[in-house]
Design a protein around this ligand. Structure first.
Ligand code: ATP
Ligand code: MG
Length: 728
């Protein structure tokens, strides 16, 4: 009979084995990409449980994405024959959400508190600023948002922030008012989830001790990307007796712009008296050509802890470099290669197409779409972010909690019920006067009416929804909300509303899937379920908006930004748009250490590939409405020529004449800004595609392109000069 523990540890190298079986002490596993850090972390959990040192109940495991957390649980499930449902494994946000739900009273939150995603947060900030009469030219709301979040990520409340001049004092005031508004409405933003949870644990001794006694083992993946507050949170939970097992790679720290601190690694060694720093040096992911290229690139960074990576996998294929004469040419090349690879039997899901910025994906998507290749975009407009889905969720949020002003504002006049800007202002004024939520103000104003038009109708409608939803299953509640709200009728009456109706149906399906999922409800000490299924579902929708994908299970090419590719691996990887200004990103030149962070990002990108790596760039590219003439990224020069195969050479091509852009196009800086004759939302007619609505535009006077949603005919980009669109 085989010993189950040996089977578990089979195949680990000596260093990995050492890391997996370390005694109960804090440890840091510092190792390069593909050296098995995540595998070691997962195996350690399995080993701890299997050898009886801890039950799943006593483990807290933090990963960077929900996807990674799910993968880890699946792998553990396969390794261990026991139920791991009680285990707390998730992202910082997910875990804090769970903790706050269980102790909402102590955290001074309503049981149904809602989570604001970034778009909701921005609109909440705009509202506060409007109420405070603040000029949004002087204080751009996005900047305010960045400011508030970075304060919170440092663990700071408004009162604790330094303000030296009138501008920073004003920022601080907005921060303070914004927090008050959130509290009044019972909503929290992402950064608040963490801060609130941290404050709860630090101020409430009995809760803190409860969790300190529970989580004897805390394990953290991608430790290099933790921010200050996350680190402090971990420290609180660990207390003096528990140990933290942290794995990370300083060379893959790519979230400094969101407050991540590599310095946490050094602090960790010091604060936790780390005796064991294990370095893993064998890479199991990539062939040596790929690995050598990655090592050569990252060597150009000065600020490193330093480590080596080697592989026994052999040289493998050379790195392929392609130079497109423009972005379309680059995209066509990539699509042709993918088709060929697919023909050779490589699954599409094993191929990743990476880019530095989301804006680059459109032309790639366009070519993929024309070629009929199925693909999934990670990080584009996802299901839970679509307007109709957000509308439906807003009604559901009102069912759960009428005081949710953000939700109320989203749908108070959608579908339209004759509540104009003036009535809304009056309502906001009343709410301010009586220091209440908009919902309470609306109830006070409307009295009892019947569902229908106007404010009275809206109040009666929400009340009706709240009453009728009692006792229904989650899926029934979703169905009820989409129907009673009038959303279904609204889209059914709209000629272009078919897809939107389908998405509302899909939301009901999502609710059914959610009910059937074995999620493990957050339960408090008394075994009481701390939140309704509806509240859970709404939290899930906000937390997973970034990762939920349609078409699960279908073999599809993977499209994503390099940031989103962290921790993943693929048979073949394409990195596109390797031009100065794009990758490295132009913004990096304004920031200290910006270039080093870009280089780490390139290191992450290159090390995602197992077998084959393509690097490509284009001589000219249409971006943000302008033609840019690129020069090849410096990262290409940093790769030794011996590792590379150039698929084409510059001199063989004739530029300009074959370009899709006019050869005589003036330099980008000289071009006038876009002058768009219509507003977004303008209805137009096209001789072939019929009626549509303008949803986007780019380019400038000579080369203006608009994106039109033609409903059944789909989304199309049209050159204004040729398309002969008629405004309706
Ligand atoms: P990253 O830094 O990109 O997150 P990582 O260090 O977490 O990488 P893993 O994803 O854990 O690395 O492992 C990389 C690949 O190597 C995986 O496919 C993993 O299964 C494999 N691997 C790790 N260790 C071994 C081993 N001892 N034997 C065979 N394969 C291994
Ligand atoms: Mg990993």
């Amino acid at each position: 009979m085989t010993n189950p523990t040996t089977t578990l540890l089979d195949g680990l190298n000596e260093k990995q084995l050492e890391a997996v079986t370390l005694p109960h002490q804090s440890a840091l596993i510092l190792a390069g990409a593909g050296s098995g850090k995540t595998r070691v972390l997962t195996t350690r959990i399995a080993w701890l449980i299997q050898t009886g040192q801890v039950s799943p109940h006593g483990i807290l495991s933090v990963t960077f994405t929900n996807k990674a957390a799910k993968e880890m649980l699946t792998r553990l499930g396969a390794m261990l024959p026991i139920n791991i449902r009680g285990m707390w494994a998730g992202t910082f946000h997910g875990l804090c959400n769970r903790l706050l739900r269980a102790h909402h009273r102590e955290a001074e939150l309503p049981p149904t508190f809602q989570i604001l995603d970034t778009a909701d947060q921005l609109s909440a900030i705009k509202r506060v600023m409007k109420a405070m009469n603040i000029d949004d030219e002087k204080f751009p709301p996005k900047q305010v948002l960045g400011y508030i979040n970075s304060c919170k990520e440092e663990g700071l409340r408004a009162y604790a922030v330094d303000a030296y001049d009138s501008h920073s004092q004003r920022m601080r005031e907005i921060f303070e008012e914004y927090d008050k508004q959130c509290q009044r409405e019972g909503v929290v933003d992402f950064a608040e989830l963490l801060l609130r949870c941290y404050e709860l644990l630090s101020s409430n001794k009995s809760i803190r001790e409860h969790y300190q006694q529970r989580f004897k083992y805390i394990l953290v993946d991608e430790f290099q990307d933790t921010n200050r507050l996350q680190y402090l949170w971990l420290k609180l939970l660990a207390g003096t007796n528990n140990c933290i097992f942290a794995v990370g790679d300083d060379d893959q720290s790519i979230y400094a712009f969101r407050g991540a601190r590599v310095g946490n690694m050094r602090d960790f060694e010091h604060d936790f008296n780390v005796q064991n720093v294990v370095k893993l040096e064998q890479n199991y992911r990539s062939h040596s050509n790929i690995l050598d290229a990655a090592n050569a690139i990252i060597m150009h960074n000065r600020n490193r802890l330093g480590k080596n990576l080697w592989t026994s996998a052999g040289k493998g294929e050379p790195i392929r470099i392609y130079e497109g004469y423009n972005d379309k040419d680059e995209a066509v090349f990539i699509v042709d290669e993918i088709k060929a690879l697919h023909k050779e039997g490589i699954e599409l899901s094993q191929i990743a197409l990476l880019y530095r910025s989301n804006a680059q994906s459109r032309i790639l998507e366009h070519e993929l779409f024309s070629a009929g290749l199925p693909y999934r975009v990670y990080g584009g407009l996802r299901f839970f972010e679509r307007a109709e889905v957000k509308h439906a969720l807003a009604y559901l949020r009102l069912i759960a909690n009428g005081d949710d002003d953000t939700a109320l504002l989203r749908v108070i006049n959608f579908p339209t019920r004759g509540i104009g800007a003036r009535s809304l202002e009056q309502l906001q004024e009343l709410a301010r006067q009586q220091d209440s939520s908009l919902w309470q103000a609306a109830c006070a104003k409307a009295g009892d009416g019947r569902p229908g038009r106007g404010l009275e109708g809206f109040v009666a409608l929400v009340k009706q929804m709240q009453e009728e939803s009692i006792g229904l299953t989650l899926a029934e509640q979703v169905e009820l909300a989409t129907r009673l709200s009038g959303l279904r009728d609204h889209y059914a009456a709209d000629k272009e509303g078919e897809d939107r109706l389908a998405n509302l149906d899909e939301l009901v399906n999502a609710a059914i899937a959610f009910m059937n999922q074995d999620i493990g409800m957050p339960v408090d000490e008394n075994g009481e379920v701390a939140m309704s299924m509806l509240a859970q579902f709404l939290a899930h929708a906000s937390l997973e908006a970034g990762e939920h994908q349609a078409d699960v299970g279908r073999d599809a090419l993977q499209l994503m930004t390099v940031h989103a590719a962290k921790g993943l691996e693929f048979h073949t990887v394409f990195i596109s748009g390797l031009e100065e200004g794009l990758f490295p990103h132009e913004q990096s030149s304004y920031e200290s250490n910006g270039l080093e962070e870009e280089r780490r990002l390139m290191y992450v990108a290159v090390t995602r590939a197992r077998q084959r790596l393509y690097l490509s760039f284009a001589q000219s590219r249409m971006l943000h409405g302008q033609v840019r003439y690129g020069i090849p990224s410096r990262f290409l020069d940093e790769i030794p020529e011996a590792l590379v195969k150039r698929l084409n050479t510059v001199s063989n091509k004739s530029y300009g004449s074959t370009s899709q852009y006019p050869a005589a196009a003036p330099a980008p800086a000289a071009r006038p800004q876009a002058s768009m004759p219509w507003k977004i939302g303008q209805a137009v007619a096209h001789s072939k595609f019929g009626q549509g609505v303008v949803v986007n535009y780019e380019g400038n006077a000579n080369d203006l392109r608009v994106q039109v949603n033609f409903g059944r005919e789909g989304l199309k980009w049209l050159a204004l000069e040729y398309a002969k669109l008629e405004p309706l």
